[in-house]
Design a protein around this ligand. Structure first.
Ligand SMILES: [Zn+2]
Length: 283
């Protein structure tokens, strides 16, 4: 009898102090982000591997022994089941834990564009320019720092209706060529655009497609982007606070009319910015 009670007590205490892992959702749409929370005492170097990518866990700002990791899922990721392997060091031993997620179809709307052959191709000079701009931006997006500049809840860059949602498929002449990589907000030329949270300006320049572009590094691989501006108030290296006026909206770059194109990168991957902001507001 006593023996049984001891076993029961041992089981209870071990479950009370065992590792807790939670996932924001086991079913994730393509181009969405997953938030993984890990609670465990006295551990070092917590990280995870998802589809051959290593992602670090970071400490929750206001919770003890609790860590989080943001896992971005690419738009073009094959749908189906995936395993995320979490690892950390405890008592000099490397511990592994596995969790499963299922990537489901985001069911993004599609728009068909028919263009005459040769009309979309760029001249040599512009081809060179866009290639260079893409490479230098990707170098920035793939840089992850340990510090998180984000404080409290993020705000939207503008309070205005959405004119084109994230993820809309662009089918040119019958084949899927690209997708809408951000959320478009209605904004007449000259509307003030706000920083969604604290960070450091890492891009402030005129680019071929995006026009006058501002990109903020919020730390830990999080980058928010504000495109087609008519005026940019800050330069690269400037530290900005949530709500600071980054510039004014416009119609610079390759656009058909004025609006704000707002997008987000997590560890280099382009994700739905509004879904990500909801997750960030829970950290
Ligand atoms: Zn857009």
């Amino acid at each position: 009898m006593t023996y049984k009670i001891i076993i029961l007590l041992t089981l209870l205490t071990s479950s009370l102090f065992s590792t807790q892992i939670s996932v924001s959702s086991n079913e994730v749409k393509n181009a969405n982000t997953v938030l993984i929370t890990l609670k465990e005492k006295e551990i070092n170097n917590p990280k995870l591997t998802f589809d051959k990518h290593n992602i670090s866990f970071f400490k929750y700002p206001n919770k003890t022994d609790t860590y989080y990791a943001l896992v971005p899922v690419s738009y073009y990721k094959k749908l189906g089941k995936y395993k995320i392997i979490i690892s950390y060091i405890k008592n000099n031993k490397k511990i592994f834990k596995g969790i499963s997620i299922k990537i489901i179809d985001g069911k993004y709307k599609s728009e068909t564009i028919t263009v005459a052959k040769g009309k979309v191709s760029l001249n040599k000079e512009n081809k060179k320019r866009t290639k260079k701009e893409h490479a230098s931006a990707m170098k920035i997006y793939n840089t992850t720092t340990d510090t998180l500049y984000i404080k409290d809840k993020s705000i939207e860059p503008i309070s205005s209706p959405i004119t084109s949602s994230f993820g809309k498929k662009r089918v040119y002449n019958g084949s899927l060529k690209s997708y809408h990589s951000g959320t478009d907000f209605k904004a007449k030329i000259g509307t003030e655009i706000k920083a969604i949270n604290d960070g450091i300006i890492v891009i402030s320049e005129d680019r071929f497609y995006a026009g006058n572009s501002i990109v903020i590094d919020h730390g830990q691989g999080l980058y928010s982007c504000y495109f087609h501006l008519s005026k940019m108030n800050y330069k690269s290296g400037d530290f900005i606070k949530k709500g600071d006026i980054l510039g004014l909206s416009g119609s610079t770059g390759r656009v058909t009319g004025p609006h704000l194109h707002f997008s987000f990168r997590v560890n280099g991957i382009q994700v739905d910015p509004l879904q990500l902001m909801k997750l960030l507001n829970n950290i």
